[in-house]
Design a protein around this ligand. Structure first.
Ligand code: RP5
Length: 165
């Protein structure tokens, strides 16, 4: 049996980000995409960040989903250290409701891209979905699962509000 490394890394600045970042993990679970989730703080564990980002490609990761709140430097610093695609998820902090995180993540200088998603759980879900879509470019079976996932969501949308006769 070959030991295939997980293609997606879900990293986050703090354990406190996990309740939101779990949404990225959940969609990857639904799509049958393996991932590795790790806590890596750009500020509190910068050496861990450096070592992860520099070795991520060699470890077999193909896409990195990075969530952080406040002075959210984790996605951008990761993108500075690797050319793997980095999807950034702004986490809502109590003081500025995630707008600080969003602006910290989205305002990258030209040449160092972070694909920035919405604040909070919708962003985490979409980051997981986008990670799967990127992997599906080279995996027809996964592409079919992503299509089915989206079709299933569409099928659940009623054409009328349910309390209207
Ligand atoms: C950021 O600071 C983390 O990504 C988290 O969103 C925020 C607060 O972290 P904790 O103080 O809860 O560990 O670095």
């Amino acid at each position: 049996m070959t030991n295939v490394p997980p293609p997606v890394a879900i990293i986050m600045g703090s354990q406190s980000d996990w309740p939101v970042m779990r949404a990225a993990a959940a969609v990857l679970d639904e799509l049958g995409v393996p991932y590795d989730a790790r806590v890596i703080s750009a500020h509190r564990t910068p050496e861990r960040l450096y070592s992860f980002a520099k070795s991520a490609r060699g470890e077999g990761f193909k896409v990195i989903v990075a969530g952080a709140g406040g002075a959210a430097h984790l996605p951008g610093m990761t993108a500075a250290l690797t050319t793997l695609p980095v999807l950034g998820v702004p986490i809502a902090t109590t003081a500025l409701k995630g707008q600080d995180s969003l602006l910290s993540i989205v305002q990258m200088p030209a040449g160092v891209p972070v694909g920035t998603l919405a604040i909070g759980e919708p962003g985490a879900t979409n980051a997981g979905l986008l990670a799967a879509s990127i992997l599906a470019l080279g995996d027809a079976a996964l592409a079919a699962r992503v299509e089915a996932w989206r079709a299933n969501r569409s099928a659940k949308v009623a054409d009328k509000p349910n309390d209207v006769p």
